[in-house]
Design a protein around this ligand. Structure first.
Ligand SMILES: Nc1ncnc2c1ncn2[C@@H]1O[C@H](COP(=O)(O)OP(=O)(O)O)[C@@H](O)[C@H]1O
Ligand SMILES: N[C@@H](CCC(=O)OP(=O)(O)O)C(=O)O
Length: 370
């Protein structure tokens, strides 16, 4: 394996703060040393850094995590300035400029916003700068927020076409159970598919700084498997971890699809990563197998139920007969119509609604299977 061409590195809040909850500038220095060594070797690096709310909490004098959204947003605002400045100062000492990029899901939901974000990130990289990305917490509402930066990092990795996504956390990787609660938990080194059993192993956050815990990292890794971007979850504070992971060392948990597997690109990734699902359709066993084994479209006859209120053209989650969410796609019926046509064959729908309106529930071209 050669050196990565373009690497996205996500740093979690719990890794960025010291034992008193303040931004750990010594750690940011060691991180930037590694980024600078990677840049010198010809690897372009994007940093997705959490920690704004954690840093702001310290600056605004909160000993505990505030529970209301407005105070958390205020903390993120106060913390964001010093967070970016900390990276900018250290990178500048190493002759590397940095650019702050703050995104919300809403910004990249429409194609123009998606392309604008991509153009800016690519231009920063061409100019030799390191983009430092975070969610724009001031304007992100629950509906549009990425909520945790693991998925934002995945989106950025897909946006810039990274060949490695590294999620740095306060734990060595994915364990068979939360190692903070279960001392017998074992580290899983290699994953080629995120199935129901694996998802069940991942729990929530272990600190009051982190958001999403291992389950959000696993969702992000699953999207990266679909995109064909190798992903590593590792401990950010392990000395030289970025250089070792970039060099191909076996560290943490590595998610990589088997060689020769098909990968999704452009539009489908955008549907799967950027869009906000407005509802869910649940499939029967036959439709689940058709989707997973043959990459088929989802026909109304294989839909057993629908939830949420959506219009034709909105993105919905797809639930397998096992109960797992296995993908996301654009519904060709509104939720009301989906409830009427579910379980019915296309020729029967055509007889009642006309040939033109007898459509798949989700066409394969509009469906990202995780
Ligand atoms: N199966 C698991 N393997 C590893 N960590 C797990 C697992 N389930 C839950 N966790 C928790 O997830 C935490 C990491 O997520 P989080 O606190 O959100 O950190 P970050 O700030 O890096 O995003 C770990 O410290 C651990 O407590
Ligand atoms: N935008 C938030 C990120 C929150 C978040 O995802 O935190 P984490 O789970 O530690 O990566 C912040 O900077 O505080």
């Amino acid at each position: 394996m050669g050196a990565p061409r373009l690497m996205v590195v996500k740093i979690g809040s719990s890794t960025l703060v010291d034992e008193h909850g303040a931004l750990d500038r010594g750690f940011i220095r060691s991180l930037c040393d590694q980024v600078s060594a990677l840049v010198a070797r010809g690897t372009r690096v994007v940093v997705v850094s959490s920690g704004a709310a954690a840093a702001g909490r310290d600056l605004l004098g909160f000993a505990e995590r505030p529970s209301d959204i407005a105070t958390l947003q205020a903390c993120a605002s106060a913390g964001q300035a010093s967070l970016t400045q900390a990276y900018a100062d250290v990178l500048a000492e190493r002759g590397i400029p940095c650019g702050q990029v703050l995104l919300t899901r809403r910004d990249v939901m429409d194609r123009d916003g998606f392309l604008n974000a991509r153009t800016t990130l690519n231009r920063l990289l061409e100019l030799g700068a390191v983009p430092v990305v975070n969610e724009n917490d001031t304007v992100s509402t629950a509906e549009f927020a990425f909520g945790d930066n693991d998925m934002l990092g995945a989106l950025v990795a897909a946006l810039v076409g990274a060949d490695l996504y590294v999620i740095c956390s306060d734990v060595d990787g994915l364990y068979t159970a939360n190692p903070q609660e279960n001392p017998d938990a074992k580290l899983i080194e290699q994953v080629s598919e995120v199935d129901h059993a694996l998802s069940a192993m991942a729990g929530g956050s272990g600190t009051s700084y982190g958001t999403g815990g291992m389950s959000s990292k696993l969702r992000a890794a699953r999207a990266m498997l679909a995109a064909g971007i190798p992903t590593v979850i590792c401990r950010g504070r392990r000395g030289g971890v970025l250089l070792d992971v970039a060099g191909g060392a076996t560290i943490g948990t590595r998610f990589e699809a088997p060689p020769g597997s098909a990968h999704e690109g452009g539009r489908k990734l955008w549907i799967g990563l950027a869009e906000v699902p407005r509802g869910t359709i649940a499939l029967d066993g036959g439709a689940t197998r058709a989707v997973l084994e043959r990459g088929a479209s989802i026909l109304p006859v294989g839909v057993v139920s629908t939830s949420g209120g959506y219009a034709a053209g909105d993105v919905v989650n797809v639930r397998a007969d096992s109960g797992d969410i296995i993908g996301r796609g654009i519904a060709r019926y509104s939720s009301e119509d989906m409830a009427r046509v579910r379980g019915i064959k296309l020729d029967v729908i055509a007889r009642f609604l006309g040939e033109e309106r007898a459509q798949p529930a989700i066409h394969r071209d509009d469906l990202l299977v995780f």
